[in-house]
Design a binder for this molecule. Structure first.
Ligand SMILES: NC(=O)c1ccc[n+]([C@@H]2O[C@H](COP(=O)([O-])OP(=O)(O)OC[C@H]3O[C@@H](n4cnc5c(N)ncnc54)[C@H](OP(=O)(O)O)[C@@H]3O)[C@@H](O)[C@H]2O)c1
Length: 246
């Protein structure tokens, strides 16, 4: 059902974004692969995607800057004309307790995780409105739903993404555009690789399915939300967390 469509994925050179790009490519979707600093990884993922027989456009860009976000969308439209799907995946962490959190630690996270998603939505929405169709999928986090000590900045940004998702779903529902979010729990990527073994073991105890998720676990749900199988779903946040938050 997704064959021949086009998807933009931000931060797709590694981690969850990479898994989403490869999953959608395996379903026949042409990919616009955004990266910020991981040039070599981006080229490797692009080569893997080409080997699957679909087209790929690689665009460098920092989504926290509106003009760079706009450039990703402009380049994508120039090449593929129709943009069916956008996955706002790029994100960062800078964890510490509020007592130690510097103003810049808060600002950096908000700039990328929240303003960056705004920049991409601001740039893609006119294109999708004109087309009269589109699927917008934002990557939030369960931390944005329930909070987490040491992540005041990150939780605020991810809760903001949920508010943005629901508001935009209401704005765009009449224009053939679905807007949803997924909220992953602990997923095995570079982002969680710095956690100590003790923290990981404790975390697993609070997960009914008793394991961390894989980037592919997230990619499978994103592929569903990108497909017509989810055409009557909008404004929702789907947890992908092994049952950690319910
Ligand atoms: N891993 C988890 O447990 C988990 C849980 C819940 C939610 N999430 C969310 O899932 C998303 C992906 O996380 P991940 O675990 O895959 O993280 P990751 O492995 O650290 O990858 C982060 C990605 O974001 C990109 N990025 C960062 N800042 C950017 C910017 N300003 N402009 C464009 N791209 C930027 C990076 O690109 P470069 O490498 O090119 O700089 C990289 O591809 C994030 O939004 C994260 O908050 C992750």
């Amino acid at each position: 059902m997704l064959k021949g469509k086009c998807a933009i994925i931000t931060g797709a050179a590694r981690g969850i974004g990479k898994a989403i790009a490869l999953k959608l490519a395996s379903l026949g979707v042409n990919i616009v692969l955004n990266y910020r600093s991981s040039e070599e990884e981006a080229q490797k993922v692009a080569a893997q995607i080409e080997d699957m027989g679909v087209e790929v456009l690689t665009v460098k860009g920092d989504i926290s800057k509106l003009e760079e976000a706009q450039n990703i969308m402009t380049k994508a439209k120039e090449k593929f004309e129709i943009i069916d799907i956008i996955v706002n995946n790029a994100g960062i962490t800078k964890d510490t307790l509020l007592l130690r959190m510097k103003e810049e630690d808060f600002d950096n996270i908000i700039d990328v995780n929240l303003k960056g998603v705004f920049n991409c939505l601001k740039s893609i929405t006119p294109i999708m409105v004109k087309q009269k169709h589109g699927k917008i999928i934002n990557i939030s986090s369960v931390v944005g739903v329930v909070g987490n000590a040491g992540q005041v900045n990150y939780a605020a940004s991810k809760a903001g993404v949920i508010g943005m998702t629901k508001s935009l779903a209401k704005e765009l529902g009449g224009r053939g555009i679905n807007v949803n979010a997924v909220a992953p729990g602990f997923i095995e990527t570079d982002m969680t690789s710095t956690l100590g073994d003790k923290v990981k073991e404790e975390a697993k105890k609070s997960i009914p399915l008793k394991r961390f998720g894989t980037p592919e676990d997230v990619a499978d749900v994103v592929a569903f939300l990108a497909s017509e199988s989810s055409s009557y779903i909008t404004g929702q946040v789907i947890n992908i967390d092994g049952g950690m938050v319910m």
